[in-house]
Design a protein around this ligand. Structure first.
Ligand code: NIG
Length: 406
């Protein structure tokens, strides 16, 4: 393999406290060597070893590729009309999901794969190098299985979200039996986790608990969509069931915040608090209290929640800017949450996770020796510009597993 030296780095965010300073483990005037798809060396530019090829970052900032730990990208159709109605004052209701379910069922495999490829390409151009996506717009056994298969071809992690809503006209109890039985059995070989939309209008506490228990019984990790539309049991359930993450979190009480922070005590693998700033804006819902969560000691992730209903963007840069400008995070905190935080939420921050095609992968979310060589160069001298210049397309170059992808 050809080793690549990236030098002339004005500011390098490593996310490794042993390599640099502050929240991001930052180094100035740094260099990175990539070899065989992994980070081979990190340090001061003056001490960089020789390599076969060289990329001069010319004083710009380099950071890990974004780890987008929450998206719903396998879908067909468009919900512009719903968005317009919302901007005219209507509230978001989970019922809109059924509009996408209908369009998705009617689409061919090729159309779904093509739409997913378009969104993945957009995300890559914006610096995303690791991407989770969910099923959840099929909601029949066949449509969930094909959604999972299509996702597995293009995403780094596939989550089963049969428990998204009860499809129109179906009996809720019969549907829950299907989701926790035959549907789960059919997708289990393809997916790495199971999610449930625990919310009024979707799945209540006992139904959500059944979904989480059914997943655990099959050895699958879990996630929860919780506390998005109002206060509720989502966080509590996620922590009780040791879910990898609970996502949304617009409506938290003190006990929820304490439970999330406490889930990491005594060295336990806790539940990551995933906030979705673009979704909060697009639904005009309260912004998740990211500052409070960090201050309490929770582990935070930021994700795009790219989907056609509540958050039709894959821009992690936009999410980071919003988290800084509107949620009170420092830029370093937001960048860490959108990289290492997402990796922890997906269980990919340590070596040896298996991708949907069965290949073992190195850790993602940090630039340290041994990690997957996933990194981006910004058209800026520091990550501060992500919030200082919001909305600007600052990603200038992207490598994923050592290959230049943008
Ligand atoms: O994460 N909350 C549930 N699921 C998606 C919304 C999906 C939709 O409205 O199509 C979300 O926001």
């Amino acid at each position: 393999m050809t080793a690549l030296l990236i030098d002339g780095i004005g500011e390098l965010t490593t996310n490794d406290a042993s390599l640099g300073e502050g929240v991001g483990g930052r180094l100035r005037e740094a260099a990175v060597v990539i070899d065989d798809g992994r980070i081979a060396w990190v340090g001061a530019a003056a001490a960089a070893p020789p390599a076969d090829e060289r990329f001069d970052a010319a004083g710009r900032a380099v950071l890990p590729g974004w780890v987008d730990s929450h998206t719903h990208m396998v879908f067909a159709g468009d919900r512009t009309a719903e968005f317009e109605a919302r901007m005219a004052g209507e509230a978001y209701a989970a019922g809109g999901i059924n509009v996408t379910v209908e369009a998705t069922r009617a689409a061919t495999d090729a159309a779904l794969a093509e739409n997913l490829a378009r969104l993945v390409a957009e995300a890559r151009r914006g610096g995303t190098t690791t991407l989770e996506t969910k099923t959840g717009y099929g909601l029949t056994v066949d449509d969930e299985v094909r959604s999972a298969r299509i996702a597995a071809e293009q995403a780094d992690a596939v989550t089963f979200l049969g428990a998204h809503v009860v499809p129109g006209g179906q009996d809720p109890r019969a549907y829950l039996d299907l989701v926790t039985g035959p549907m789960l059995d059919a997708v289990a070989p393809i997916v790495s986790a199971v999610d449930v939309f625990c919310e009024a209008g979707a799945f209540d506490e006992s139904a959500s608990a059944r979904v989480l228990e059914a997943a655990a019984a099959r050895g699958l990790a879990t996630r929860v969509h919780g506390n998005q539309l109002g206060h509720g049991p989502g966080v509590r359930l996620a922590v009780q069931h040791r879910s990898l993450s609970v996502d949304h979190l617009g409506f938290l009480d003190d006990a929820d915040v304490e439970a999330l922070a406490g889930s990491w005590s005594d060295g336990a693998r806790g539940t990551v608090a995933t906030v979705l700033p673009a979704c909060d804006l697009s639904t005009r819902m309260p912004l998740a209290p990211a500052r409070r969560l960090i201050d309490a000691g929770a582990v935070l992730a930021i994700a795009s929640n790219c989907n056609p209903g509540t958050s039709y963007t894959s821009s992690m840069g936009f999410c980071v800017a919003t988290a800084v400008l509107q949620m009170g995070l420092s830029v370093q905190e937001a960048v860490r949450a959108a990289t290492l935080g997402g990796a922890i939420a997906l269980g990919m921050h340590e070596h040896g996770w298996r991708d949907p095609l069965g290949q073992m992968q190195p850790a993602v979310g940090a630039i340290r020796p041994g990690a997957r060589a996933d990194l981006q160069v910004l058209e800026a001298p520091s990550v501060t510009h992500l919030a200082y210049r919001p909305g600007m397309p600052l990603t200038a170059a992207v490598w994923r597993a050592g290959a230049r992808v943008a």
